[in-house]
Design a protein around this ligand. Structure first.
Ligand code: UN1
Length: 492
């Protein structure tokens, strides 16, 4: 029997006002794992009221105490890592090693951000007047709306919830409809860790209802959204119309550039992991490999051979390399892009189809696919978010970087070379929020800022040293202890 969940308001799991539930389906076999309420606008209003009521108390809780709760949450997640990893693999479809890695990412982030409770650094600044003191302090922005995607159902919620909570914000959280179970588990872990009622509230349901109500509420002072670029534009517009803060982390079309002196074995492993890990459904996934013409044929032949050898199947089977894509809608979109690639005249080197028979029919599996393309093709420009890789040729470094930059997005990027000068040049030249040298485009660590340029996003970087930027306001404070009126900027 699939478990039925409610919504989480004011520290309790309660019934939604919704009549309808939606199914959460295991993409490997089509089984229903759980049912969640198709939340209503009224549900969101209740969540907002709870977040509003909890704000004054949470805001005045010492940041170090807020951090302690988050540290405990990390410790509880650590104890539950085995179970959560398996559940995540079933709910999302990523293979168990990656699912466990994602739970670890959440643990790492809570442990990291807990320490922020003992920093939340401001500055002391010199003043132009005697007997006067000047400093900046951080104050929470207010109630946060946190909207997260299905591809990282615990790590991304952790970044947002952890950073908002340590900053003193209270929040309404809407997990993706594809993966609310991990969201609900995280909420329960935070409750167990001692997060006071109302600091975090969760409502599930459609973006067009629940998401829409969150982003349009005047109570929400900061919206943090990770998802597709089209929705991101709508979210940004709503925030702009009432001057709320908006943090967006949207798509990517992440390149790996291979120079002619690259360690090809190392690069091969990196490309396979970055392009086909999580079945290519990461914002940071490598979807373009730009290869120097001198090694193009040699590298590509090896890559195709290794790609064909990847085992696709049940994510809980440790011998499997690539799991399913997340559901029918994803599958259809990816298959459509494969057709577009063929119509555009790209050369299909392997994959290019849905897997059938052998139990595959119960789930949504696509064979890892490689196209040889041209930079102007749609498959080389648009985010496919699946196991589809486009290979492009470049005659030199300059051309490779031009191709890399000639897309709408700029999240992650990578260059393989032995030439240290070129490596440092690429750090300047590639337009992206993240650049790896001699490593693939995925696997960002939590203590570094995460985010991108151009249509990939806007607002403060998530995670890392910048995590609290999104959820805190800087206040400038002047203390005059001269006992007389001192006028700055005015000569006497
Ligand atoms: C995402 O796909 O939106 O760097 C997040 C990585 C992971 C996070 C990806 N740590 O691949």
């Amino acid at each position: 029997m699939a478990e039925e969940y409610g919504i989480y308001i004011g520290g309790e799991w309660v019934e939604s006002s919704a009549e309808e539930l939606f199914d959460v389906v295991n993409p490997a076999n089509g089984q229903t794992l759980a049912r969640f309420p198709q939340g209503t606008r009224e549900d969101v209003q209740r969540a907002l009221e709870a977040a509003k009521a909890a704000f004054p108390q949470w805001k005045s809780t010492p940041p170090a105490k807020r951090g302690e709760v988050l540290l405990r949450a990390g410790q509880i997640l650590r104890e539950k890592k085995d179970d959560l990893g398996k559940l995540l693999a079933r709910e999302n479809g990523k293979v168990l090693a990656e699912a466990r890695g994602e739970v670890q990412e959440a643990i790492d982030f809570f442990e990291y951000i807990a320490g922020e409770g003992r920093r939340l650094l401001g500055e002391t600044v010199a003043t132009e007047l005697p007997d006067k003191f000047a400093m900046t302090v951080r104050v929470p922005v207010g109630i946060a709306g946190l909207i997260t995607p299905w591809n990282f159902p615990i790590a991304i919620p952790s970044w947002k919830i952890g950073a908002a909570a340590v900053s003193g914000c209270t929040a309404v959280f809407k997990p993706a409809t594809g993966t609310p179970i991990l969201g609900a588990k995280l909420v329960s872990v935070l409750e167990e860790a001692g997060l006071p009622p109302g600091v975090l509230n969760m409502v599930t349901g459609a973006g067009s209802v629940v998401g829409d109500e969150i982003i349009n509420s005047p109570l929400i002072r900061v919206i943090s959204f990770t998802g597709g670029v089209d929705t991101g534009r709508v979210v940004y517009g709503c925030g702009a119309s009432r001057l709320a803060r908006v943090g967006l982390e949207l798509g990517g079309k992440n390149p790996i550039i291979l120079m002619d002196d690259a360690d090809q074995d190392l690069a091969l492993e990196g490309v396979l992991f970055a392009a086909f890990g999580t079945a290519g459904q990461r914002c940071t996934a490598c979807s373009r490999v730009i290869i120097h013409k001198k090694i193009y044929d040699e590298f590509l032949d090896d890559l195709v051979e290794e790609t064909e050898a990847l085992k696709v199947g049940d994510p809980l089977d440790p011998s499997v390399d690539v799991g399913p894509v997340k559901g029918r809608e994803q599958e259809e979109k990816i298959l459509r892009y494969i057709e577009i690639g063929k119509e555009e005249g790209a050369r299909l080197r392997c994959g290019g189809e849905k897997l059938t028979g052998n139990g595959y029919d119960l789930g949504t599996f696509i064979r890892p696919t490689i196209f040889e393309g041209k930079p102007e093709m749609r498959i080389a420009k648009e985010e496919i978010f699946g196991p589809v890789l486009t290979i492009l040729e470049a005659k030199n470094y300059q051309e490779a970087v031009e191709i890399a930059n000639d897309v709408e997005y700029g999240l992650s990027s990578s260059l393989y070379t032995q030439n240290v000068n070129l490596a440092f040049r690429a750090i300047q030249d590639i337009e992206a929020g993240i650049t790896y040298i001699n490593a693939p485009t995925i696997g960002a660590e939590v203590q570094l800022p995460f985010g991108g340029v151009k249509s990939t996003g806007t607002g403060a970087r998530e995670a890392g040293t910048t995590a609290i930027e999104e959820f805190t306001e800087i206040k400038s404070v002047y203390v005059d202890y001269s006992g007389r009126l001192q006028k700055a900027q005015i000569e006497e």
